[in-house]
Design a binder for this molecule. Structure first.
Ligand SMILES: NC(=O)c1ccc[n+]([C@@H]2O[C@H](COP(=O)([O-])OP(=O)(O)OC[C@H]3O[C@@H](n4cnc5c(N)ncnc54)[C@H](O)[C@@H]3O)[C@@H](O)[C@H]2O)c1
Length: 253
């Protein structure tokens, strides 16, 4: 798919993988709208890439619609990338013998799963209204899973469940949207050097890098942006989850 001159919506675009995606798409001539809770970050990334930003929460359907409308007004909306997400660590039974509380389990699903669903479904309607390109293609949606969908570690019950849902939505979403010429893909990142991991002490940071099969470093977020650009361009990629992880297979802990 030709990217130049199209418009993209990137959730979680104020930081980490989303910000790298916004930069990579903008470098290909795409008009990017950043949608994020973090106003300062969203404004700064949007300013850097010459795009727009919408401050809002992916769990709120109305705010998602506003972000989609903004992205659609910035050009022909062909690309939507869901990078907004949160983590949580907690075992099924904690050290005091108490069960995993429902609230954090629920809020992780609300942001990671419901948020992705909200943005994906609303963006699909907008992309479906665009003029078709070669082979009736109209656009692509890329969601962010995690290797935790497959190699969930001790304490990752809530997070792994949410990322497993992203994996599970990929095929039915691609099937639903095939009639309107929209592809759906997901990326399952391994360990990436984002602000989240950057807060770790240096020794822990290097230990994590050393646990990668090859190359023995944490992932550079620009690699994520490169893959999104490739997925957007390569119209034969559809209904698949790509691990982007340097070959890592996470151990139980
Ligand atoms: N960094 C990694 O190693 C890694 C590995 C696997 C998967 N992931 C996934 O990649 C995605 C991006 O992670 P990252 O490392 O770039 O994290 P990050 O914390 O740097 O960025 C996440 C962004 O999402 C935004 N956000 C969070 N909740 C939101 C909400 N309700 N509404 C709108 N925006 C919201 C945050 O403000 C932030 O800007 C997440 O889904 C994460 O689970 C990251």
């Amino acid at each position: 798919m030709e990217l130049k001159g199209s418009s993209a919506l990137v959730t979680g675009g104020a930081s980490g993988l989303g910000a790298a995606t916004a930069r990579a798409l903008a470098a290909e001539g795409v008009h990017v709208t950043v949608f994020d809770l973090n106003e300062d970050g969203a404004k700064s990334v949007a300013g850097e890439v010459g795009g727009d930003y919408v401050v809002g929460d992916v769990t709120d359907p109305g705010q998602c619609q506003r972000a989609v409308d903004q992205a659609a007004s910035g050009g022909t909306l062909r690309i939507t990338v869901n990078c907004a997400g949160i983590g949580w660590v907690g075992r099924m039974i904690d050290r005091q013998g108490a069960p995993h509380p429902l609230e954090p389990f629920e809020s992780v699903q609300r942001v990671n799963v419901f948020g992705t669903f909200n943005v994906m479904s609303k963006a699909a309607v907008a992309i479906a209204k665009t003029e078709p390109l070669e082979h009736a293609e109209r656009g692509v949606i890329v969601n962010t899973a995690s290797v935790a969908a497959y190699d969930g570690q001790i304490g990752q019950l809530a997070y792994s469940a949410s990322k497993g849902a992203i994996v599970g939505m990929t095929l039915p979403a691609a099937r639903d949207l095939s009639v309107v010429g929209i592809r759906v893909m997901a990326i399952a990142p391994g360990l990436f050097d984002t602000p989240l991991l950057g807060m770790l002490p240096e020794a822990a940071f290097h230990a994590l890098g050393a646990s990668v099969l090859f190359p023995k470093v944490l992932g550079d977020p620009t690699r994520y942006g490169q893959l999104v650009v490739h997925i957007a361009r390569n119209s034969y990629l559809n209904a698949e989850v790509i691990r982007l992880d340097g070959g890592i297979r996470m151990p139980p802990k």
